[in-house]
Design a protein around this ligand. Structure first.
Ligand code: AHG
Ligand code: MN
Ligand code: MN
Length: 322
């Protein structure tokens, strides 16, 4: 089995990006260690604080963010970081070649129930004409990502990564501390009978989305003439990982719950990296009216609707929305 760094060299990835990924994976191994020890490591429960998005921060959100932040800012290749748990861009080495956005701990509501959680990251080239701490560093569409990935802290710790040449999975061999390649060039089946959506938000969706879901639920006797099954992990990493493993459609559509927040998932460190991974595995990732990777970001923590997964099923869903 080849390890992550052999794989990256095989893919002709340049040394600075490999070194940056070593930092990301070192941080994720630290997080995985703490996740595994749970209450024994004192990482469960909430803090007294909220992040800039008004969400209560869990201990593990803060610990994971601090681990990633400390290690990344010590890396000479990092010009700036953006995190779900940081209000603004944090400057690194102004001569660094890369900027990185991350969700240090995705699926926070699963922390205290020993459920699936993960870390999501997205890497771009730094823009030399801008100051390191300029928010505009991150106003690059997802098509400009040079690398995207997530680490899933499940029964095993997995890294799923793309540098634009396919999507590949690595499993952490905890005895050696090495990520070993366990799936190469993943291909998501174009058709599926499995969907993922938080059904409790139904009354807040637009009519077209309600129609699409009601046709899935109608099963064999409905217009789709086949039965669909539903799964919801409440952690995007877990739901997207299932789609990557066996196909499916994952949706977090726009809704009218809160006029200030038309959608839930964040473009920079949730939608974009997942979209790059899904597309590199032959799937499709849209935000209702446009391809996620084509969206021109306007704010660091902006939220977008997400519809991704098996290409034909995503296309069918978009057909309802047009
Ligand atoms: P985070 O824990 O980083 O704030 O992200 C949670 C996100 C995403 O992982 C998941 O798909 C979604 O929120 C779950 O939303 P519901 O609470 O509506 O199930
Ligand atoms: Mn998240
Ligand atoms: Mn998070």
């Amino acid at each position: 089995m080849i390890n992550l760094f052999q794989h990256l060299r095989e893919q002709a990835v340049a040394a600075p990006l490999i070194e940056l990924l070593e930092v990301v994976t070192n941080a994720s191994k630290e997080i995985a260690f703490r996740v595994r020890h749970g209450a024994l490591a004192g990482v469960l429960g909430s803090t007294q604080d909220e992040n800039i998005q008004g969400e209560t921060q869990k201990q593990l959100d803060v610990i994971s963010n601090q681990l990633l932040k400390d290690l990344l800012l010590a890396c000479p290749h990092v010009c700036a970081i953006a995190s779900e748990e940081e209000d603004t861009v944090v400057a690194g080495n102004s001569a660094g070649e890369f900027i990185i956005a991350f969700d240090p701990l995705d699926g926070s509501s699963n922390i205290d129930i020993n459920g699936q959680i993960g870390t999501i990251f997205s890497i771009y080239r730094a823009q030399k004409n801008l100051a390191a701490n300029d928010e505009a560093q991150f106003r690059q569409p997802g098509t400009q990502q040079v690398c995207a990935g997530y680490v899933l802290y499940g029964p095993s710790t997995l890294l799923v990564i793309t540098t634009g040449k396919g999507t590949h999975t690595f499993t952490l061999d905890a005895t050696q501390g090495t990520f070993l390649r366990t799936a190469k060039d993943i291909q998501i089946p174009p058709d599926t009978k499995e969907f993922a959506i938080n059904m409790s938000n139904q009354r807040f969706w637009n009519q077209s989305m309600r129609n699409y879901i009601s046709d899935l639920v109608a099963g064999e006797s409905g217009p789709r003439a086949k039965n669909f099954n539903m799964r919801w992990n409440a952690a995007m990493v877990g739901d997207v990982h299932r789609v990557i493993c066996r196909g499916g459609i994952f949706m977090y559509p726009s809704d009218n719950r809160n006029p200030k927040q038309p959608a839930k998932l964040r473009l920079l460190y949730e939608a974009n990296p997942m979209a790059m991974l899904i597309e590199n595995a032959g799937g499709k990732a849209w935000s209702e009216s446009q391809r996620i990777l084509d969206i021109q970001p306007s704010a660091l923590h902006e939220r977008v609707a997400v519809i991704l997964g098996s290409a034909n099923e995503v296309e069918t869903c978009l057909g309802y929305l047009r």
